[in-house]
Design a protein around this ligand. Structure first.
Ligand code: MG
Length: 462
């Protein structure tokens, strides 16, 4: 089992009047949810997600068990929003570090993420971001449309592209880690990561040995940098790893080891404050339709995102990858070697070439396709295929500023499905034509026309 000590703090910040972040700290679960939605809906979304996660999580269920619990949390938020008109459109991020080592299941931690709350790891004094944000600007950065510097100050950096409660199903990214004593994790909402850069986070996490004091200092730093959003931080120190030991519920403090330092083992969450506030992080957008996770999704133990810095030894990247179950016996390995003939090698090479070629063709096809779809009622040009292709999800490459009320109503059904176009230019022409068609109909009826996007070709007068 894994012995840890956690410190946690949450704060409404200096601008918002209500805290829509929610955190969870138990013996085996450490989670941050950042709710979004009008009025108090964001609170409800975050609270429902965290409560359901805690209720459904089984520390012996491994990575897939954690994903099931998060999917149950998504369903709970979705159903709650559907049942209550006052909560329509609410959603929440959810970032979790979970100990799945119970019942002799090994010594693994699993990190799971939906949205733009983050998990980091500090190893050898170096900070690495474990999760990849599901946010508009980060997807534009990944598509090469924005630089990281442009993303940092981007006015739409709060818009998330994936959140719990928006769709009946949800795709969850997971990473499996083998923790070591001395590892320190940070789970936080964007109210911290948007205000404090990596250097600031590293400084506090490296210099403050006490987990609770570190969490408190991070909150204070975000407040001093503006505190424009709710701020939440969980700092998790790995004290020891008893590989192979079967854990029993409630036995965390039973060996007199460092865990006797009384980590906050009871579950607690940020208090829900009454009141009305603008949505945290802006309105949730309708994420592109996604297929269930496939072999090509980041769920296959993606590496840390941030690069290592400085002259210290490189982080133990190999330790971040879950070990394959059990090495093969030496005798079996030798026997296989004798049978490894030239013909077999040739066959394997040919197979790899075919598989590689097929994979390259799929990637090329997905990356060289465009379509016009909808997000939150706005026409958006996506790169990729509607609904995704073998785990390659479409990426928004241009928000047109044109809404569904500015195009012929008959086109909306096609837009919902996604109108495939051969290039980004033809996709733009399609949008321009729709607005033009709408304006002609309006002009004929003496109605109000819609403004043409600036990038549409100018039609000269007669
Ligand atoms: Mg936030």
């Amino acid at each position: 089992m894994i012995r840890v000590r956690a410190g946690a703090a949450t704060d409404v910040g200096r601008v918002r009047s209500i805290n829509q972040d929610c955190l969870l700290v138990t013996d085996t679960l450490w989670a941050v949810a950042d709710g979004m939605g009008g009025h108090a809906a964001g609170d409800v979304a975050a609270r429902v997600a965290v409560d359901t996660l805690q209720e459904r999580f089984d520390s012996g269920g491994g990575s897939s068990g954690l994903v099931s619990a998060i999917r149950a949390a998504n369903s709970a938020v979705f159903e709650r929003a559907r049942a209550d008109a006052g909560l329509r459109g609410m959603g929440t991020t959810l970032t979790v570090v979970a100990d799945v080592s119970a019942d002799g299941g090994g010594d693994e931690l699993v990190v799971a993420n939906v949205g733009d709350s983050r998990a980091y790891i500090l190893q050898n004094h170096e900070l690495s971001q474990l999760t990849a944000d599901h946010s508009l600007v980060e997807e534009l950065v990944r598509a090469g449309e924005l630089t990281p510097r442009e993303a940092a100050g981007h006015p739409q950096r709060h818009i998330v592209t994936r959140a719990l409660g928006i769709d009946p199903d949800i795709e969850v990214d997971t990473w499996t880690l083998a923790p070591h004593p001395g590892d320190r994790f940070l789970v936080c909402s964007d109210g911290l990561s948007n205000e404090v850069d990596d250097d600031g986070l590293t400084r506090v996490l490296r210099d403050e040995p006490d987990a609770q004091a570190a969490a408190d200092r991070l909150i204070e730093m975000a407040r001093s940098h503006g505190g424009t959003d709710n701020i939440t931080a969980i700092v998790l120190d790995v004290l020891g790893v008893d590989a192979g030991a079967a854990a029993s519920p409630g036995a965390a403090d039973g060996d007199g080891g460092p865990s006797d330092a009384s980590p906050p083992t009871e579950a607690f969450a940020a208090p829900v404050q009454p009141g009305v506030a603008p949505a945290v992080g802006g309105p949730a957008v309708d994420p592109p339709a996604v297929d269930p996770p496939t072999l090509l999704t980041p769920a296959v133990d993606a590496p840390p995102v941030a690069p290592a810095r400085g002259p210290v030894p490189a982080p133990r990247v190999d330790d971040l990858i879950a070990p394959a179950p059990g090495p093969a016996p030496a005798a079996a390995t030798r026997q296989r070697s004798r049978r490894f003939t030239f013909r077999v090698a040739l066959f394997l090479i040919a197979l790899l070439v075919v598989i590689g070629g097929a994979a390259a063709a799929v990637v090329w096809y997905a990356r060289n396709s465009y379509f016009v779809g909808l997000q939150s009622g706005q026409l958006v040009i996506f790169q990729g295929r509607p609904g995704g292709l073998l785990g390659l999800n479409p990426t928004p490459v241009q928000y047109t500023g044109v809404t569904t009320s500015q195009v012929p109503p008959t086109s909306v059904t096609d837009l919902r499905k996604g109108m495939a176009e051969s290039s980004r230019t033809t996709a733009r022409h399609y949008v321009c034509n729709l607005v033009s068609e709408y304006n002609q109909a309006q002009a004929a009826q003496g109605g109000t026309t819609a403004p043409m996007p600036a990038w549409c070709p100018v039609v000269s007068g007669p």
